[in-house]
Design a protein around this ligand. Structure first.
Ligand code: NAG
Ligand code: NAG
Length: 475
C-alpha cells in the first residue's frame, strides 16, 4: 500500500517536475532626452505629432518623474522597473526574456551611433546588475538599430554562449539549448521579415545591404532546421521575437510582418505545433494574445504579447508593464503568468514608483490551464455579451489605463459589440485579409441587430478600417 503510494508520488513528481519562473520585459524605449522641465515640444524626444495635439492636452497635467503617456521611458521609470523585478521575485528564476525596442521610437537619424550604444550599454548594465548570476536573453527590435551585430554581441557577451554568438553576429538570431532540461528557446530577428517600410532602417543593424530574397540572411532555413532537430531530440521549444505575426489590436488591422513571411511563419508553427510550448513577442505595446489554427480550424498554438515598459504607443497609451511567467522546467509547459504594472499618474503624484500585481492569467479569466484550446474559448467569450471576459481583457489590454485617458483612445464610451469584435478578430485571425473578412462579416450581422447609437460608430469604424488597412505600422 505504502509502496504503491510512494511509486505514485515519485511518478507524480517526475511528471510535474520543477517549477521555474522567467520575466518577460519588452519595448523599454528609453528616451535619454526625457525631462519634466519645459513644454510638450521639448519634454521628450518622441513627443507625439500634431495630429495628436488635441488628445495630448488632457494628460498634460500627468507629466512627471516616472514618465508621461505621450513620451517614451525616462531612466527613473526603467530603474524602478528593474528594482521592482529584483525585489518581487528571485527564487526559481531561470532566465529573462528581453524582446527588444530598447531605444526610443522615431529618434531615427537624430540619435547618433555613440548615443545609441551608450543607451544600450546603460540598459544592459542595469539588467546585468539586476539579475546577477542569471541570463538575460535579448531579441532585436526595429528600434535597436545603428549598432552592428558584432557590437551588440560584445555588449551581451556575458549572456550569449559561444554557439549563440556564431549566428548572432551573422544576422541577429540564435538558439539557447537548456541541456539539462528538454526545452530550447529560439530567438528570431524579426527585423529581417518586416514590411519594406519598416525594414528600411533595421538592416543597418548588421549589414549595409538589404536582403530581399525568399530567405533573408538564411533565417528561414536555420529556423526550420532548429525545429527539425528539436523534434528529433524530443525537445520542446519556445519561440521568442520582437514583432509577432498577425495584425495590431490597437490600430485597425495593420500588419507589421511582410505578408509572405507572415504566412510562412504561420505554416511553420502549424507544422511544429506539437513541440512548440509557447511564443513570446512584444511590439504592439498592449497586453494581448493570439491563437493559431490548423487547416481544419482547430486551435493548435498560441502567442502571448507582453505590454511595454514605455507608457507611450502609436495606437494609444498604456501603463508600464512587466510580466512573470511560471513554467514547468522539464517540459517547458507554461503554467501561468502574473502581470505587474505601474499606475503612472499615481507614481508621479507620489514621487514613488509602486509596482503592483495587475492580475494572474488563470484566475483573472477563470481558465483551467494555458493551451491553444482554452485561449480559443476565451477569445470566443469576447463576443458573448453576457460574459465578463471582454471587459476584463479590455482593461488589461491597456494595462489598467485610467478611465479618463482610456476614453480618448479606446473603444469610445461604453464598450460595445464592434470593439469586442475588432479584438476577437485580431486574436483569432493572423493575417490582414482574414482579419478584414472576420471583422466585416460579423460586423454586418451585428449592425443589423445593433441599436442606433452603435450603428454610426460602427460605420465610421468600418470606414476607417478600410482606409487604414493598408497603412503600415511604424512601431
Ligand atoms: C549612461 O550612464 C553613465 C554613467 O552612469 C551616465 O554618465 C550617462 O549619462 C548615461 N547615458 C545615457 C544615455 O543614459
Ligand atoms: C561593427 O562596428 C565596429 C565598430 O564601429 C567596426 O569595427 C566593425 O568593423 C563593424 N563590423 C561589421 C561587421 O560591420
Amino acid at each position: 500500500m505504502i509502496r504503491d503510494y510512494l511509486i505514485l508520488l515519485s511518478w507524480l513528481c517526475a511528471v510535474q517536475g520543477k517549477i521555474g519562473y522567467f520575466w518577460h520585459i519588452t519595448d523599454i524605449h528609453y528616451d535619454p532626452k526625457y525631462s519634466t522641465q519645459g513644454n510638450a515640444a521639448s519634454m521628450c524626444w518622441n513627443t507625439r505629432n500634431s495630429l495628436d495635439a488635441g488628445r495630448i492636452r488632457l494628460d498634460r497635467k500627468l507629466a512627471g518623474k516616472f514618465g508621461d503617456y505621450n513620451c517614451d521611458s525616462p531612466w527613473a521609470l526603467i530603474e524602478s522597473a528593474a528594482r521592482a523585478m529584483k525585489s518581487m521575485h528571485s527564487e526559481g528564476m531561470e532566465f529573462v526574456l528581453w524582446t527588444g525596442d530598447a531605444l526610443t521610437r522615431s529618434a531615427g537619424a537624430g540619435m547618433s551611433v555613440e548615443l545609441r550604444l551608450q543607451c544600450l550599454r546603460n540598459l544592459t548594465d542595469l539588467l546585468h546588475r539586476t539579475f546577477k548570476g542569471q541570463f538575460v536573453f535579448p531579441a532585436l527590435g526595429h528600434e535597436d538599430i545603428g549598432v552592428n551585430y558584432t557590437q551588440l554581441a560584445n555588449l551581451w557577451q556575458h549572456w550569449l554562449p559561444p554557439e549563440a554568438v556564431g549566428t548572432f553576429i551573422k544576422a541577429g538570431y540564435y538558439t539557447i539549448e537548456q541541456r539539462s532540461k528538454k526545452y530550447r528557446i529560439v530567438f528570431l530577428n524579426t527585423n529581417l521579415w518586416l514590411n519594406p517600410v519598416d525594414s528600411r532602417m533595421p538592416h543597418r543593424v548588421g549589414s549595409s545591404t538589404v536582403d530581399n530574397t525568399q530567405d533573408p540572411f538564411g533565417q528561414w532555413s536555420w529556423f526550420q532546421s532548429v525545429l527539425e532537430n528539436a523534434r528529433k531530440k524530443k525537445e520542446t521549444v519556445y519561440i521568442v521575437g520582437h514583432t509577432p505575426p498577425g495584425v495590431d489590436d490597437h490600430e485597425i488591422g495593420a500588419a507589421a510582418l511582410n505578408e509572405k513571411h507572415n504566412t510562412k511563419y504561420l505554416q511553420t508553427v502549424r507544422l511544429y505545433s506539437d513541440i512548440i510550448r509557447g511564443q513570446f513577442f512584444g511590439h504592439w505595446h498592449s497586453d494581448t494574445f493570439r491563437v493559431i489554427y490548423n487547416d481544419m480550424g482547430q486551435p493548435v498554438s498560441w502567442i502571448m504579447m507582453t505590454p511595454s515598459v514605455t507608457p507611450s504607443a502609436v495606437g494609444g497609451p498604456n501603463n508600464p508593464g512587466l510580466r512573470l511567467y511560471k513554467f514547468e522546467t522539464n517540459t517547458g509547459q507554461i503554467l501561468d503568468y502574473t502581470q505587474y504594472y505601474l499606475n503612472l499618474p499615481e507614481a508621479n503624484a507620489n514621487g514613488k514608483a509602486n509596482w503592483m500585481i495587475e492580475y494572474s492569467l488563470l484566475e483573472y479569466y477563470e481558465l483551467q490551464e494555458i493551451s491553444a484550446i482554452t485561449l480559443h474559448d476565451l477569445a470566443d467569450r469576447f463576443t458573448q455579451s453576457n460574459d465578463y471576459a471582454f471587459v476584463r481583457y479590455y482593461a488589461a489590454n491597456t494595462v489598467t489605463l485610467p478611465r479618463e485617458v482610456e476614453q480618448i483612445w479606446g473603444c469610445g464610451g461604453p464598450l460595445n459589440g464592434v470593439c469586442a469584435l475588432h479584438h476577437y478578430c485580431t486574436v483569432t485571425r493572423l493575417n490582414p485579409d482574414s482579419y478584414k473578412e472576420c471583422y466585416s462579416s460579423y460586423a454586418y450581422a451585428l449592425a443589423s441587430t445593433a441599436n442606433s447609437i452603435v450603428r454610426p460608430y460602427f460605420a465610421l469604424h468600418l470606414l476607417s478600417m478600410l482606409i487604414c488597412a493598408e497603412v503600415l505600422n511604424d512601431r
